[in-house]
Design a protein around this ligand. Sequence first.
Ligand code: AMP
Ligand code: ZN
Length: 103
Amino acid sequence: MNCTFCRIVRGESPAKVYYQDDDVIVFFDRAPLTPIHLLICPKAHYTDFMDAPIEVHQMLVKTVKRVVTELGEKAKDFRIMINNGPRSGQTVFHLHYHIMAGK
Ligand code: AMP
Ligand code: ZN
């Protein structure tokens, strides 16, 4: 599938990967808006927030909690952003949560 984040999942496009397991991948945004700007994606392709079942969101929220806990003090205060649809500003149509911290 010609999807930027599916290519990263398959290892066909480079990314600075912070964490991955069978179901989820976490990598640094290539155009960070804050000192720490990570993207949390399910490895399976879902177009956007509304496309994904609740179980997928549950897994992504668990991953957010794990990652910010691991980052410690520097990500103690953080923002989660999810764009759903082109008019919200979504530009990559593979579900992802932004985690932004450090500003
Ligand atoms: P959104 O506007 O919510 O769809 O967010 C897409 C985000 O993905 C933007 O912040 C981009 O900077 C980021 N992005 C796009 N392509 C890549 C890539 N190949 N590696 C890392 N981040 C990317
Ligand atoms: Zn995809």
